[in-house]
Design a protein around this ligand. Structure first.
Ligand code: ADP
Ligand code: MG
Length: 519
């Protein structure tokens, strides 16, 4: 046995403590990922300072300048030296406070992070003071003593040259699409939730603001002024609450788009306990409800504000607080699904698929309007309802859903023992004046033509298919085994010879349809 030559033993690398400035810069890059994250932190600070007016000014997508001005309570002179140190905050004292925290900030990291990746200048004045103070920060510390200056109520924070010391990040951001649209989107979201605050967002040098909202008591007004009339006029109000500690405790209110709303992308504005957050699971779940309930509708617009007991929400799961973790998240997501589904069905009966034939079958539970407002379920009892996305809509063994039920006036007559084409034709003839039928060679020709073009497999498909519903004004959805077919019912009704059945984007001409409307 050959012995391998011993490998040269390498010394393990030395472990050393990172320089604090390196640690801080790495951490800062995580908190402030791009200009829009800085704007979010600054606006949240302004909201935490009880501001009623917040304006944002942006230059070069936020890389050159971000300026956020508010009319909040301001910052005390004596706090200015530690304002931009890491982990300095006025919002949290002990860990347990996190359980009941109402403010958006609590980590004391945002301003500090900004000073590690940009140049920060703060101008602030507190109530009752004759003048304010201005001071600039770099790497967490003041660059100079605060200077007295004239100031209007509140605080103004300016960040210049964001990511000046992170070359790679700056380059990627310069090459990628301008962050300004993201900033406008962010401000729009804040504006429709905090309707008692006026927001504005403007590009440097532009005369007009791209977001301009004034405080209003009406959420719909706020949505109209920010997202426009086309969105606002196609919204339905939603509301729900549950107070069953064994499953979920929440209050929810919001607006969702109806079937007339047109958009290519879903807009989901979600606030949980007044925090602007993202919840992909909830977004996907609601998109599924839209697809299942309003197949023709575009991607939805959803504004939803959910309030939960603070102890049910873990706000400390993401450095930018973009996500939160909820107790019983799955239960809550399912409940939101059923609320949205009920509201959609209720508000737009005419546009929903006519599922009454299917829902009448015992195998398919129906969603009633009573589900609209979720009431606490009796303790211990679990809802048996099946969400719309899980409902099996069709059952080919059920005559009510069958194509033949729609195509024949008296299905038994043809479907019974013998449904062959000859039987069908002879029944048709019997009901006619035999002499006349026999005399007309054109009819005979037509019948022969149909016979010669009849496709036995397609005949089988039609016979065994189940009517699902109308896909639009022209096409009906039919299900056969595991395939869905689109059938042109206008052609059918007109009694024309050919109807098209489209499957996997191939179109087959289907001569047999006219047979059913032959007379
Ligand atoms: P956090 O918000 O997590 O406390 P920040 O770094 O964002 O941490 O802010 C640090 C502190 O600075 C805040 O706790 C708050 O007291 C103060 N502050 C920041 N921005 C403002 C503002 N616009 N108005 C008043 N105080 C502010
Ligand atoms: Mg903050």
């Amino acid at each position: 046995m050959e012995i391998e030559p011993a490998e040269e033993v390498k010394e393990p690398p030395r472990i050393h403590r990172l320089d604090e400035s390196v640690v801080n810069r790495i951490a800062a890059g995580e908190v402030i990922q791009r200009p829009v994250s800085a704007v979010k932190e600054l606006v949240e600070n302004s909201l935490d300072a009880s501001s009623t007016s917040i304006s944002v000014l942006v230059k070069d997508g936020g890389l050159k300048l971000i300026q956020v001005s508010d009319d909040g309570h301001g910052i005390r002179y004596e706090d200015l030296p530690i304002l931009c140190e890491r982990h300095t905050t006025s919002k949290l004292s002990k860990y347990e406070d996190l359980q009941s925290i109402k403010s958006m900030g609590f980590r004391g990291e945002a301003l500090a992070s900004m000073t590690y990746v940009g140049h920060v200048t703060v101008t602030t004045i507190t109530r009752g003071q004759l003048h304010g103070y201005r001071v600039s920060y770099r790497d967490g510390v003041m660059e100079n003593e605060p200077k007295a200056c004239a100031a209007v109520k509140g605080t103004q924070i300016v960040i210049e040259n964001l990511f000046y010391n992170m070359i790679a990040r700056r380059k990627t951001l310069q090459n990628s699409a301008d962050d300004y649209t993201k900033i406008v989107d962010l401000l729009s979201r804040f504006a429709i939730h905090h309707i008692d605050v006026s927001f504005s967002c403007r590009k440097h040098g532009a005369a007009r603001a791209d977001v301009h909202s004034v405080a209003t008591p009406s959420r719909l007004n706020a949505i109209r002024s920010v997202y426009g009339l086309l969105v606002a006029q196609n919204l339905i109000k939603i509301e729900a609450s549950d107070n069953d500690p064994s499953s979920s405790v929440f209050e929810m209110d919001g607006f969702i788009s109806n079937s007339n709303y047109v958009a290519k992308k879903t807009t989901m504005v979600l606030f949980i306990n007044d925090r602007l957050v993202e919840c992909t699971a909830l977004k996907r779940a609601l998109e599924v409800v839209y697809v299942a309930t309003l197949p023709k509708a575009s991607k939805p617009f959803i504004y939803m504000s959910i309030t939960l007991p603070p102890e049910h929400v873990d706000v400390n799961v993401h450095p930018t607080k973009r996500e939160v973790s909820l107790l019983n998240q799955e239960v809550i997501v399912e409940k939101m699904q059923s609320v949205v589904e009920s509201v959609l069905r209720n508000s737009n009966e005419s546009r929903t698929f006519q599922e009454q034939t299917v829902e009448a079958t015992p195998s398919v539970p129906s969603v009633t309007n009573n589900d609209l407002h979720l009431s606490p379920s009796p303790s211990g009892s679990k809802s048996q309802r099946v969400p719309v996305n899980k409902i099996v809509r069709t059952d080919s063994s059920d005559p009510a859903g069958r194509m033949h039920a729609y195509l024949y006036k008296n299905p038994q007559k043809y479907l019974g023992r013998d449904s062959s084409l000859t039987t069908v034709r002879s029944s048709v003839r019997q009901r006619r004046n035999l002499k006349e039928t026999a005399d007309l060679t054109s009819i005979q020709e037509l019948i022969n033509d149909i016979d010669s073009k009849c496709h036995s497999d397609l005949l089988d498909i039609v016979r065994q298919s189940t009517y699902v519903g109308m896909a639009d004004d022209v096409f009906a959805l039919l299900q056969h085994n595991t395939h869905l077919y689109l059938a042109n019912v206008v052609n059918l009704r007109a009694g024309v010879k050919k109807a098209s059945v489209e499957t996997h984007s191939k179109i087959h001409l289907l001569g047999i349809f006219c047979r059913f409307y032959h007379n």
